[in-house]
Design a protein around this ligand. Structure first.
Ligand code: PBG
Length: 347
């Protein structure tokens, strides 16, 4: 039956009626707050392209987590800016690595906060890639220029390669080291094939069979990570991440990525970025029954902040709307730099 018998505006008349029929709600418990940990004490350095987001020394991070926890946000995720970078990402798996230190301090200072550890090598590698780099320049030089008519000339090899299998060992080592430091959830974001399985086996072998894995399962090679790379000092020194992160054009492949990570033992899955990939979130929700997370990434945050600072949009309204829409698309967990702000607005 159509108009005039049906009038959808009847249930929109007052805020109480709207609240009654509201289908989606945000709660602070479903938000995860990312923190960037840097060396030193008393350091609180604002990230240029992410106003309101800071590089924090361990002591400052503890304060920040206390405040966040008091606002009802139960979970944080840690990223590290190490003192030194090298070609084997020592800072990622070192016993006294920056994230390991932060995890120990936070876990002993704040009761029942869920600490997630982002597992990746890019912040700790001198070249800024998420895995071990193999330089193929020598291989190419040996092959020589391809002369016309030469029989069976070897195919041209890429200049360099992010080696998959050798990187798994470092990712597994990093995960065990984080678990030892008290990290509650291991969250690999590197996009190497087989890393969830490798991490699961390493955790099980070292007595961490109860430590869950939140896999950045469908992580796209995105321009929206720009500000993060400034925050975490992890811009690749050459090339880009397209040989391991996903092509933004592919949703079917995203489903395969997720499926494989589940087979390898992921306990939770993630889609990243969030707002430009709501269709991927919705498809993943429809198809898989694991807890589903989405990451509202640095560029999404930076765009809202920039427009708000120009008074082109209403910041609070837009940030809450963006989070609500990510939730509506099907993500039950949202990683967002707005976690603290959103919790305040919800209170
Ligand atoms: C590490 C990592 C990145 C992000 C999370 N983990 C950067 C990247 O892949 O280049 C991006 C998060 C953000 O943009 O907020 N690999």
């Amino acid at each position: 039956m159509a108009f005039p018998a049906n009038r959808l505006r009847r249930l929109r008349r007052t805020e109480t009626l709207r609240a009654l029929v509201r289908e989606t709600r945000l709660t602070p418990e479903s938000l995860v707050y990312p923190l960037f940990i840097c060396p030193g004490t008393g350091v609180r350095k604002e990230v240029r392209s992410m106003p309101g987001v800071f590089n924090l020394s361990v002591d400052e991070a503890v304060k920040e987590v206390r405040e966040t926890r008091a606002l009802g946000v139960l979970s944080i995720i840690l990223f590290g800016l190490p003192e030194k970078k090298d070609e084997v990402a020592t800072g990622a798996w070192a016993e006294d690595g920056i994230v390991q230190k932060a995890a120990r301090a936070i876990k002993s200072a704040v009761r029942d906060v869920v600490v997630m550890g982002d597992v990746c090598l890019c912040e700790y590698m001198s070249h800024g890639h998420c895995g071990i780099v193999k330089d193929n320049a020598k291989v190419n030089a040996k092959a020589g220029p391809q002369s016309l008519g030469a029989a069976a000339a070897p195919p041209a090899t890429a200049e360099y390669e992010i080696v998959n299998d050798a990187s798994l060992e470092l990712l597994a080592r990093t995960s065990v080291s984080l678990a030892r430091a008290g990290v509650d959830i291991i969250a690999p974001s590197d996009m190497m094939d087989g890393r969830v399985g490798a991490i699961r086996r390493a955790l099980d072998k070292t007595g961490f069979e109860n430590t869950p894995i939140l896999s950045y399962a469908a992580k796209f090679a995105s321009g929206f990570y720009g500000p993060f790379r400034e925050a975490a000092d992890s811009t690749p020194q050459f090339g880009d991440r397209r040989s391991y992160q996903m092509d933004p054009a592919n949703i079917h492949e995203a489903m395969r990525e997720i499926e494989l990570d589940i087979e390898e033992g992921a306990d939770m899955i993630m889609v990243k970025p969030a707002i430009p990939y709501l269709d991927v979130i919705a498809a993943a929700r429809d198809r898989f029954d694991l807890p589903l997370a989405a990451y509202q990434v640095s560029g999404e945050y930076a765009m809202i902040e920039a427009a708000a600072r120009n008074q082109w949009i209403d910041r609070d309204r837009v940030l809450m709307e963006s989070l609500l829409c990510i939730r509506r698309a099907g993500a039950s967990i949202i990683l967002t730099y707005y976690a603290k702000e959103a919790a305040k607005l919800l209170a």
